[in-house]
Design a protein around this ligand. Structure first.
Ligand SMILES: [Zn+2]
Length: 393
């Protein structure tokens, strides 16, 4: 008997909402997998030649967003078969355009349809209710947890459990009481969300990643859907969000420090612009704490809602500058004699506007870190490990 060829694309996904019921923050992966005949390895923002096989033989097939906007007030987050998700998404979109309101009874009707048609789909609806409250509706395999520094969490997808596991393993800063200081609470929510994305990024960059094994990864988006926030949160989030995130991976040994990967992401309403360095290219840190990236070593990726619309190309020459409000620095120390890596990472983020500024000069993208000497501080911390902590040689 010939096995049935499964070639449809699955979004096997890790999609989560953190801080449910206070200030929802969406974190999603962006990997689409397929059992079809995939000839080329996938280039993702975090890895090149991505060929790690996930569950049930699914292989990386593309990148796409897992959050689709149904209307200004309703977001659709999904995991499962992309064609099934499209069917439900379009149905809801049509009904809402005819004046339907997404409420409990409408949700039950949609959930019944999904069950009856045996759609392979889990989804979450985030909606702004008429009274300005946030409405959460979900269906399918939903994983719920409470994680100290990430509030209440709801997650869907094959990587949901791994995602929540990562959050438990690496908690972030303690959350202040919002009734004491809303500002401090909101700022900590943003910092912790950046930390969560960093944690997942580290996990995925690891060769034996459990997230990759669960068919999720490629890139982790952090989205603050401020339209769902009470106005007092919105102002605070808007003040230091919107310029983008930068991830800098550095490695140091006894003689040098180098940047092995730089990833910049600027999420917008319907797409996420990502600029990344090619694997195997290095940049060094200049005396004034900046980085020079060679433009031919840069790649532009645009993550769209649909896999076929997403793009990967040479560096877009029209990009003359960009800046980031958040900087995440990852560091590991290499021991030359034994070849071991001692790796952990630092999450460094700023709350007051732009922390990084990049400008184009001829063949170089000049990155200026505007906030103190972050690299030298990390360098000196890691230089303390003179003896390899792994083999103690
Ligand atoms: Zn060693």
């Amino acid at each position: 008997m010939t096995p049935i060829a499964l070639s449809y694309s699955q979004c096997m996904t890790a999609v989560a909402i953190l801080f449910v019921n206070t200030l929802p923050v969406i974190i999603t992966d962006s990997l689409i997998s397929s059992t079809g005949n995939i000839t080329n390895n996938l280039h993702t923002p975090l890895t090149e030649n991505e060929a790690r096989i996930g569950i049930d033989g699914y292989r990386p097939a593309g990148i796409a967003r897992k959050v689709w906007s149904i209307s200004e007030n309703v977001l659709f987050l999904y995991s499962g078969r992309v064609d099934h998700a499209e069917r439900v998404f379009e149905k809801i979109g049509r009904d809402l355009s005819y004046g339907k309101i997404y409420d409990d009874s409408y949700h039950n009707m949609i959930a019944e349809m999904v069950a009856q048609d045996r759609l392979e789909l889990s989804f979450i609806i985030l909606s702004k209710e008429p009274d300005d409250e946030i409405g959460y509706y979900y269906h399918g395999n939903v994983y719920k947890a409470s994680a100290d520094t990430y509030g209440d969490v709801i997650a869907i997808g094959s990587g949901a459990e791994e995602l929540v596991g990562c959050l438990h393993q690496r908690p972030s800063g303690a959350l202040p009481d919002p009734s004491v200081s809303l500002r401090r609470f909101t700022e900590q929510v943003v910092v912790n969300s950046v930390h969560a994305a960093a944690t997942l990024t580290i996990e995925y960059r690891n060769h034996a990643s459990r997230l990759a094994a669960a068919s999720t990864g490629a890139f982790f988006e952090v989205i603050f859907p401020t339209i769902f926030c009470p106005p007092e949160y919105k102002t605070i989030v808007d003040n230091f969000y919107g310029k983008g995130f930068a991830h800098v991976f550095m490695e140091l040994d006894d003689t040098q420090t180098r940047i092995v990967k730089f990833v910049y992401a600027r999420p917008e309403v319907n797409e996420n612009l990502v600029i990344t360095t090619r694997e195997g290219t290095y940049a060094s840190i200049s005396n004034d704490g900046g980085i020079n990236l060679s433009r031919p070593n840069l790649i532009t990726l645009i993550i769209k809602e649909k896999r076929n619309d997403s793009e990967i190309s040479e560096f877009d020459e029209s990009i003359k500058s960009f800046n980031a409000s958040h900087l995440i620095v990852y560091c590991r120390r290499l021991y030359r004699t034994c070849g071991h890596y001692y790796g952990t990472y630092s999450v460094y983020s700023s709350l007051n506007g732009s922390i990084l500024n990049a400008r184009s000069f001829d063949d170089v993208m000049r990155i200026k870190i505007l906030k103190d000497d972050i690299f030298s501080r990390i360098e000196s911390r890691f230089s303390e490990y003179k003896t390899c902590p792994i083999c103690l040689s």
